[in-house]
Design a protein around this ligand. Structure first.
Ligand code: GDP
Length: 363
């Protein structure tokens, strides 16, 4: 599955947002949620296409695809030197695919700020510095080891050192590793380092209850910063998300419209995570269940089958594929087949977002 780690300084609202995620996850019935660790929460990816498919197929179950969120506490000034939860948090953050960085933009005298005042740009800088230092540490160590070994003339190691030196230079200038443009093969050379600052970032400006529109100058600062970095950002209010998470679907719609919002912050967060990670959804539809599955954009049909079960990928023969719109317009599989809109695709087929798929495979 795909994981998004939630980071930020203490008291910025991480747990509040994370708790809203787990409450919403617990709400979405019909999903075999397993409680893994207390800091991991799963949430259903909202997708109206699932309901549309279910209306046609009338399955026993509707199963959304999920996004995983990890609450990564313990990031404080000095964490890269082992202060606070130091190394423990760094281990967690290396395992996520994307980073949601919560930035405090709400003022509340009852909630102390670790640095005594609200200052989003300073907070962002503190976090980025720690993450950069952690990466610099890994990169420097690897440069030492690999450059020693590269003396034997190993071309691959020499290439690796060249890439690492480019990254070290950026990190030393305070830039994230993702700012270094690398070719695919160069990326592969350093993949096993699990660098933190190559991961895409989504800034979450956590605003006050009465500033949902995000009109505070603090929010503008975060927006500008995110734009300059080419990162995504969105505005939400942790406290309100916590309230929304307790509501059922109808109440949620009413509450959001009272607030003048179309989607909850959580829903926007999930969609931003999808965009950030370049993910798409495909569907399986049958009398037992209608279900959504997540794959990386560009995934082939066997790779998509592998998300369901590794045997499906190994024994892949072909896939029956109907585009979502064709499926709905034809009133389901039978209609699509009659109109010739159900295609047989082979192992090189690249899945398109919304494809309704049925796999044929050898066991
Ligand atoms: P964490 O340390 O980053 O996990 O922060 P918490 O989620 O524990 O929040 C710290 C405090 O800020 C708690 O008392 C929250 O109730 C409060 N808080 C979180 N989000 C908001 C918000 O949007 N508005 C206000 N006024 N308080 C918030």
């Amino acid at each position: 599955g795909f994981k998004c780690g939630i980071v930020g300084l203490p008291n910025v609202g991480k747990s509040t947002i994370f708790n809203a995620i787990t409450a919403a996850g617990a709400e979405s019935a019909n999903y075999p949620f397993c409680t893994i660790e207390p800091n991991v929460g799963m949430v259903a990816v909202p997708d109206p296409r699932l309901d549309e498919l279910a209306r046609l197929v009338k399955p026993k179950e509707i199963v959304p695809t999920v996004m995983e969120f990890v609450d990564i506490a313990g990031l404080v000034k000095g964490a890269s030197r082992g202060e606070g939860l130091g190394n423990q948090f760094l281990g967690h953050i290396r395992q996520v695919d994307a980073i949601a960085h919560v930035v405090r933009c709400f003022e509340d005298d009852n909630v102390v700020h670790v640095d005594g005042s609200i200052d989003p740009l300073r907070d962002i800088e503190v976090i980025q510095t720690e993450l950069n230092l952690a990466d610099l540490d890994s990169v420097d160590r690897r440069i030492q080891r690999s450059s020693k070994q590269a003396r034997s003339g190993d071309k691959k190691l020499q290439a690796e050192v060249t890439v690492l030196e480019k990254i070290a230079k950026a990190l030393n200038r305070g830039l994230p590793a993702r700012s270094v443009v690398l070719e695919k093969d160069e990326q592969l050379l350093i993949r096993d380092l699990h660098l933190i600052t190559v991961k895409p970032v989504l800034y979450l400006a956590n605003v006050a209850e009465d500033d949902l529109g995000g009109t505070h100058p603090f929010v503008a600062q975060v927006r500008e910063h995110a734009a300059a970095e080419g990162a995504e950002m969105l505005t939400l209010c942790g406290k309100i998300e916590a309230e929304i998470a307790e509501l059922d679907q109808d109440e949620k719609v009413d509450f959001l419209s009272e607030l003048g919002l179309e989607n909850s912050g959580l829903d926007r967060m999930i969609h931003a995570g999808y965009r950030l990670l370049g993910l798409i959804t495909y569907f399986t539809a049958g009398p037992k269940e209608v279900r959504a599955w997540t794959v990386s954009a560009g995934a082939t049909a066997p790779q998509a089958a592998g998300v369901i079960h590794s045997d499906f990928e190994k024994g892949f023969i072909r896939a029956e594929v109907t585009a979502y719109q064709d499926y709905v317009r034809s009133g389901g599989e039978t209609g699509a087949r009659e109109k010739g809109l159900l295609r047989l695709e082979g192992k090189n087929y690249r899945v398109v977002d919304g494809d309704v798929m049925h796999f044929r495979f050898n066991v």
